[in-house]
Ligand binder design. Sequence first.
Ligand code: DGL
Length: 263
Amino acid sequence: MRKQPIGIFDSGVGGLCVVKEIKKLLPFESIHYLADSGNCPYGSKRTDEALSLAIKNIEFLLGLNCKLIVVACNTVTAVAIDSFRSQYNVPFVGMEPALKPAVLQTKSKKIGILATENTFNGRLFKQTFEKYANGIDVFVQSGYGLVELVEQGEQNSERAQRLLEEYLLPMMEKGVDTIVLGCTHYPFLKQMIKKITKNSVIIIDPSDAVAAQTKRILTAFDLVSDDTNNSMFHFYTTGDKTIAETLLSHSMDSPYKIEQIEI
Ligand code: DGL
């Protein structure tokens, strides 16, 4: 069972930032990644619609014999991670709204969070907020349009700059010194965020924490692969392959396969 692959999915290419961290911590794991780019974005869909797409993603990955599923999507985690855990027989790792590390690092006691509408509406965000945000001013902002720009490879475009200025400058004026990236597509915008904030804020990206949690869970279930020779990365997309080809050619130093599929 240790040799079985890990399954990871997102509404699109965003979850690749989680893949990168998982590959650092767990180099011998084989990974099947499903980007549902054909149905992206999930963040402003009706929650029942996002949920039924997520279930199709999970069943596709389970059909490939995955031993654990990483929900590399804040929106899907917010909408349904608990129900997946009770419905399926494999362990699930989800995205946590990274408020805790932000609270630990802010000096101004003012934090900004960028995420999708469905993430902010979910119970998980409310619970995390109540648990950690005591005495902290939290400025929430839905990142309308940002996921689509990343999906189109437009993360460094003028439009990305304009949207991010619109979302971030008001927070900056309020004295925010820490910004949480509450959507896995947003780390692709980090350079632009740094430029707009003039490198004056701490940017919290929870991808490494999610990778660490994946390792903890695999270890607890005695599922860590020790197969030093055969790890592979297989990227499936329900959308266009071009963006994946560009992103993977820049970020992968080991062999990979890209395949277009329907779910
Ligand atoms: N990467 C997804 C997330 O983390 C994007 C959601 C969407 O498709 O709007 O929430």
